[in-house]
Design a protein around this ligand. Structure first.
Ligand code: MN
Length: 258
């Protein structure tokens, strides 16, 4: 099995190496990831400029590929034939911040897995709820075992085509993790603030700032179960249709409708 490892934090992010090492027992691993941080870049496709790919070496000496494209470009490049061998499975992450609720449309980690789902290749996005985005000393060994458990199950049962899994891992030691829960997306609450400043020429510029998002920790949701100490596994589809609104909208007396 040929596994593609990508992320949105850049090819040299320590936690990408943790993911690559965790999936090596499952097959041949190719790391192809962005050459810089694309967090919160959403699902993008670079069509207006060329994409460059170069070889880099990971901290453990393994060769990897870095591109100046987005996380979803990494997956597309692989699917379009950049690599010598076809890809059978895509893992993305581990993102050092959870991806919950509405985050999924912003997340480069998750949208890389979405790109794989478009190509019909099974994919899992992994994120960890670590206390600090840039910690000096962080232990990913529990997260690695969670990755392996989820991979094992996904390979054993097979992921349905065109779907992906979004996995959020608590930052806890293995004995403190309560278990694994299959969840739905919860409700994220964003605390964004517009910060307006002036450049040296007196022209205004804007930052989207504010505190990190929180959310409603409802039972059965990714937000609730992660907060309660469970590994949250959410099956994701790309069909964004609000099926429950179809009937209501059809009743709006549209011209040409019966
Ligand atoms: Mn990220």
């Amino acid at each position: 099995m040929h596994i593609l490892v990508t992320n949105d934090d850049g090819v040299l992010a320590p936690v990408l190496l943790a993911l690559a090492q965790a999936v090596r027992p499952f097959g041949k691993v190719t790391v192809l990831a962005p050459d810089h941080n694309w967090s919160v870049s959403g699902h993008s496709k670079t069509l207006h400029r060329p994409l460059r790919v170069k070889e880099v070496r990971l901290a453990d000496g393994a060769l990897a590929l870095a591109t100046d494209g987005a996380p979803s470009d990494c997956v597309a490049l692989a699917m379009l034939g950049l690599l010598d061998e076809p890809v059978d499975f895509v893992v993305s992450g581990i993102n050092p911040f959870p991806n919950l609720g509405h985050d999924l449309t912003y997340s480069g980690t998750v949208t890389a897995a979405m790109e794989a789902a478009i190509w019909g290749v099974p994919a899992i996005a992994f994120s960890i709820d670590q206390p600090d985005n840039n910690p000096v000393d962080v232990d990913y060994s529990t997260a690695q075992r969670v990755v392996q458990k989820v991979m094992q199950k996904a390979l054993q049962h097979g992921l349905p085509q065109n779907y992906l899994l979004n996995v959020n891992i608590p930052y806890l030691t293995e004995d403190k993790i309560k278990g694994y829960r299959i969840t739905r997306q919860g409700l994220r609450i964003y605390h964004d603030e517009l910060i307006r400043r002036e450049d040296p020429q007196g022209h205004p510029y804007y930052w989207i700032g504010g505190d990190a998002p929180s959310g409603v920790p409802a039972e059965g949701t990714d937000i609730g179960e992660l907060a309660a100490g469970y590994v949250s596994i959410t099956p994701i589809q790309l069909d964004l249709t609000a099926h429950h609104l179809l009937q209501e909208l059809r009743q709006w007396d549209w011209p040409g409708s019966a």
